[in-house]
Unconditional design. Structure first.
Length: 156
């Protein structure tokens, strides 16, 4: 049996000096995103896609923004925990794919490293694609970053 899940995450730019992290990659030349954990929009979308496919809830249920233990949490480690939960529930990730929508930073120069980080944590192939906003909507005004992911699970 196979199941598919979809994940979505969006974060606005932070007003403080927190680092930007996407797909486990640090972008020191860019300001970070606002969020309770490390605000890794890419990893969060993949997490939600995997959880949805497995029927295990969503990222907000497992890692609530009201919990101090998740303040500044490493999202790649959160993805590893989710992969273990998916495995215990009798599922195996076949693959996941994530589209990141942002004008800056560019994803292409770090795409391979980002995919390695995500794939290693998730336990199977995770691919990433960067898309520009083309000036449309809030993202086009430079207000934040959005990521959309899908994950395909197969029963073990």
């Amino acid at each position: 049996m196979m199941r598919i899940g979809q994940g979505y995450d969006a974060h606005v730019w932070a007003d403080d000096d927190r680092p930007l992290v996407m797909g486990g990659i640090h972008f020191p030349e860019h300001r970070g995103l606002s969020g309770h954990s490390d605000a890794d929009v890419v990893t969060h979308a993949v997490i939600d896609a995997m959880l949805g496919a497995a029927g295990l809830g969503d990222i907000g249920q497992l890692f609530p923004d009201t919990g101090e233990e998740f303040d500044g949490a490493n999202s790649i480690e959160m993805l590893q925990r989710v992969a273990e939960m998916v495995d215990k529930a009798g599922w195996k990730l076949a693959n996941a794919d994530c589209t990141v929508i942002t004008d800056q930073p560019q994803i292409a120069p770090v795409k391979d490293e980002m995919e390695r980080n995500l794939s290693d944590a998730a336990g199977s192939i995770v691919t990433v694609c960067g898309k520009r906003t083309e000036g449309i909507g809030a993202l086009g005004r430079g207000e934040g970053v959005v990521a959309i992911a899908v994950a395909l699970l197969e029963s073990k």
